[in-house]
Design a protein around this ligand. Structure first.
Ligand SMILES: Cc1cc2nc3c(=O)[nH]c(=O)nc-3n(C[C@H](O)[C@H](O)[C@H](O)COP(=O)(O)OP(=O)(O)OC[C@H]3O[C@@H](n4cnc5c(N)ncnc54)[C@H](O)[C@@H]3O)c2cc1C
Length: 491
């Protein structure tokens, strides 16, 4: 079979010598090829001549499942393309066979956004990173990548570049692929970072006719703003051009601290909104973390909220050489997330009444930082998060500037109040990890939940996080989503 695959690849003119960021250079080209053209069928009656392009090979029956395991489907075929020619060939086959195409990146989305019983295109072998370029006129560095490049692969590549470069803002987890986070309008905690799609200057998409369409932020601003956050509906994203910044004089000072809950989220105190406004004015990046039941007593009013801030600094990264092993162990967080998985995912569903104890422990062991870090280290301060499968629900809401952010304070407090009520009255614990929030300025991408015509409009994105399999989380988050949408402008 390997020989026929190789011949097929030669016919298609596959590039077997391209550097791929997630395939080790020591691997033989053949194995790269085998993987990149591997296709899996389910047990649907199949006609091999119908799927006859040389980048398709039948394999064992298979069901597609997303990372957290709550979505699955049985695609007729799963493709693993690595070149533009292969993408176009898949589109032509789909047209001939009257099949629809969905793409998948790292499968982290919890929704049914990638689900299909037709053709699924797995993009992880579209992983080429091209040399960054500097535009003298715009004094701007950009890097051009294929859509299957992961955040970590690009971070590592840019660190080694001369001069070292970085994405100024990014999402928390490193293993996701750019196609997935651009298509969904994902965002980091940097206020001016907006959503990641706002950090693009160009996007190219293979459309339903197999034609490569390119949209440029400066040449076709309107089409570009519609094309970036596309939920995978406009075609297969082939390449992206991302803005990056030089790291030499721009590192982040990470400063974390704990604030009593009622100082930030008491809807009856006007000062709370003013404190939040001040936080936004004084910091480049803010993330709020709330682990319920983190203090004694049966009320949220005794709890604390962790504030994580990042601000640019020319200072060198803090030297931890006195305890390098301990530092590495803490930064890696692999053990922490493995333990969290066992406790929260494997045990809590059977003993939910331990939830207050568990969230208090997570709160206590969350590192409180005061150090200077290189941009990628500061942005991705939680490593190996993928070891800990969680259910997540996030909504963005525009801050009510005229009324001291009262809508976002109420939206947050409504959840905390319900968490305590559910625990005290029903002994149920649907939120057993954290509530988390970030501020971002408006996105210019039409399909982003943070879209606004006023670029200075500020959005607050709140997220509920519980372990996979948590009893009552789905019902609870559905109820909260309704409240956020109906009462506080949640999108
Ligand atoms: C632990 C964890 C932490 C997270 N942290 C954050 C965070 O900090 N900020 C944030 O905003 N979000 C965060 N998310 C959500 C995450 O950003 C989104 O779920 C994102 O879509 C995941 O990317 P993915 O590579 O897994 O995409 P997938 O889930 O695989 O795909 C998402 C969508 O993109 C489409 N797509 C992917 N590639 C292509 C392509 N090449 N062409 C066309 N369409 C494509 C797919 O069809 C699908 O519709 C987090 C999720 C998890 C599980």
């Amino acid at each position: 079979m390997a020989i026929s695959i190789r011949k097929g690849a030669q016919r298609l003119g596959l590039q077997t010598n391209t550097v791929r960021s997630d395939v080790s250079c020591s691997e033989a080209d053949d194995s790269v090829l085998d993987l990149s053209i591997h296709t899996i069928y389910n047990d649907e009656p199949k006609n091999d001549t119908q799927l006859s392009a040389s980048n398709v090979q039948p394999a064992t029956p298979h069901t597609w499942v997303n990372w957290v395991g709550n979505q699955q489907s049985s695609p007729t075929a799963i493709f693993h393309p690595s070149t533009l020619g292969e993408l176009q060939s898949i589109v032509f086959q789909a047209r001939q066979a009257h099949k629809r195409i969905r793409c998948v990146a790292s499968t982290f989305s919890m929704s049914s956004i990638s689900k299909t019983n037709d053709y699924l295109v797995d993009t992880k072998f579209l992983s080429t990173i091209y040399r960054p370029t500097f535009d003298l006129e715009k004094t701007l560095w950009t890097v051009h990548v294929q859509s299957g490049v992961s955040i970590k692969a690009l971070d590592d590549y840019l660190r080694k570049h001369d001069p070292p470069l970085a994405m100024a803002s990014n999402i928390l987890i490193e293993s996701v692929l750019y196609g997935g986070i651009i298509a969904t309008g994902a965002h980091g905690a940097n206020i001016n970072g907006r959503c990641l799609s706002d950090q693009l200057t160009e996007i190219s998409i293979v459309d339903g006719a197999g034609t490569l369409q390119t949209f440029n932020a400066y040449k076709d601003a309107v089409e570009f703003s519609a094309a970036c956050v596309n939920l995978g509906l406009l075609g297969i994203i082939y390449t992206l051009t991302l803005k990056v910044v030089p790291m030499a004089n721009s590192r982040y000072h990470a400063l974390d601290y704990k604030v009593p809950y009622h100082q930030l989220f008491d809807p009856l105190q006007k000062e709370c909104g003013q404190r939040l406004k001040k936080l936004v004015q004084e910091n480049a990046s803010i993330q709020l973390l709330y682990f319920p039941f983190n203090n004694t007593g049966n009320c949220r009013c005794n709890d604390f909220v962790i504030i994580k801030t990042l601000n640019p600094t020319p200072e060198l990264p803090t030297n931890h050489l006195r305890f390098p092993k301990l530092h590495h162990w803490m930064v890696n967080q692999e053990l922490f997330h493995r333990i969290a998985k066992i406790v929260v995912v494997d045990l809590l569903p059977y003993w939910p009444s331990w939830s207050p104890l568990v969230t208090r422990m997570i709160y206590r062991y969350t590192p409180i930082l005061n150090c200077v870090q290189e941009i990628p280290d500061a942005v991705h301060f939680m490593k190996n998060l993928e070891r800990f499968p969680t259910w997540l629900v996030e909504f963005s809401m525009k801050c009510d500037e005229d009324h001291d952010y009262v809508n976002i304070i109420r939206a947050w407090d409504h959840v905390a109040q319900m968490v305590y009520e559910t625990a005290n009255e029903w002994h149920e614990y649907p939120l057993n990890v954290a509530m988390e929030a970030r501020f971002n300025k408006a996105s210019s991408c039409i399909m982003s939940p943070m879209y606004d015509e006023d670029p200075e409009a500020l959005f607050f994105s709140i997220e509920l996080v519980s372990g996979k399999n948590t009893q009552g989380f789905l019902e609870f988050s559905e109820m909260i989503a309704k409240i956020w949408m109906e009462q506080y402008g949640g999108l």
